[in-house]
Design a protein around this ligand. Structure first.
Ligand SMILES: C[S@@+](CC[C@H](N)C(=O)[O-])C[C@H]1O[C@@H](n2cnc3c(N)ncnc32)[C@H](O)[C@@H]1O
Length: 267
């Protein structure tokens, strides 16, 4: 394999079903040059199903380059909609909002929300947490430059006590794939992303239920929890929010095919 974007690389990627074979060939060639890893090895891994982002070591998310380590959930483009909603809610808060990215994975959501809000004149205090040590290490690579701590542990358990009742915006992209659907996911996700990042239990909302049960305690008065789910899950998710004393609403983007439920703690 010789030159950047060579027709041989493009042909192999295309034969393996990569829709944007030319773009991928260019990115993989640049990654080989930057990292010194043989292009042939990167292409071999790609055609046998490794996510492009794991091979590059980064994903593009809302115009930012986010580090994504192998074994960490690749941020999905649709989740930019959750960040858009969060930034709008940050603008509606007074003072210096506290933002927590729970189930943070790479930390892409917190990074994008905090970076956008700061660029728009609303700096925030950001913290993040995840149960997976590899995700925590990856999120630290992304969030340490912002001065944001990343904690390791089960949901709210590792967060410092002083955040209790003080979180203005709680971003939480919980795993929400129903267990029986995992086998039908593309191999890129099924074989290369951890099951803990995907599997939401029988109806996909197990982790969400646990988050909703504790959210009101951690939110500030008028603070918001934002969670992505499927369109079909939204009515049940709203009922769960109501059960835990949060005012729920649904926001949808047809363009990004994204659904976000927002639970607000009353003042
Ligand atoms: C769907 S991924 C979302 C990652 C990231 N927020 C994003 O959107 O790119 C779900 C994440 O939740 C984490 N997770 C699953 N169960 C958890 C738990 N009980 N406590 C903390 N994190 C958990 C997984 O490790 C994974 O990183």
């Amino acid at each position: 394999m010789r030159s950047a974007g060579s027709s041989e690389v493009v042909a192999r990627l295309r034969a393996a079903g990569c829709v944007f074979a030319e773009d991928e060939a260019r990115l993989l060639t640049a990654a080989a040059e930057e990292t010194g890893v043989a292009l042939e090895s990167l292409v071999d891994q790609r055609v046998t199903g490794s996510p492009l982002e794991h091979l590059l070591g980064w994903a593009e998310f809302r115009g930012l380059r986010v580090a994504v380590f192998p074994g960490v959930f690749v941020p999905r483009q649709r989740t930019a909609f959750l960040v858009d909603r969060a930034v709008a809610l940050i603008h509606a808060r007074r003072g210096h909002p506290v933002v927590v990215d729970l189930c943070c994975g790479s930390g892409a959501l917190g990074l994008a929300a905090a970076t956008t809000a700061a660029a728009e004149g609303r700096p925030v205090t950001l913290a993040a947490a995840d149960i997976d040590p590899v995700a925590v290490e990856c999120a630290r690579a992304n969030l340490t430059p912002l001065g944001a701590p990343v904690y390791e542990g089960d949901l709210f358990e590792p967060l410092p006590e002083e955040l209790r009742g003080c979180v203005d915006i709680l971003l939480c992209n919980t795993p929400y794939v129903p267990s029986e659907m995992i086998a039908r996911m593309p191999p890129e996700a099924r074989d290369h992303e951890p099951r803990t990042a995907l599997d939401g239990g029988p109806d996909g909302l197990d982790v969400f239920r646990r988050v909703a049960a504790e959210a009101a305690e951690w939110l500030s008065p008028g603070g918001h929890l934002l969670v992505e789910c499927s369109e079909q899950q939204a009515p049940l998710a709203l009922a769960v929010l109501a059960e835990h004393g949060l005012d729920g609403r649904v926001a949808e983007s047809e363009e990004l095919y994204a659904t976000v439920v927002i639970g607000t703690r009353s003042r």
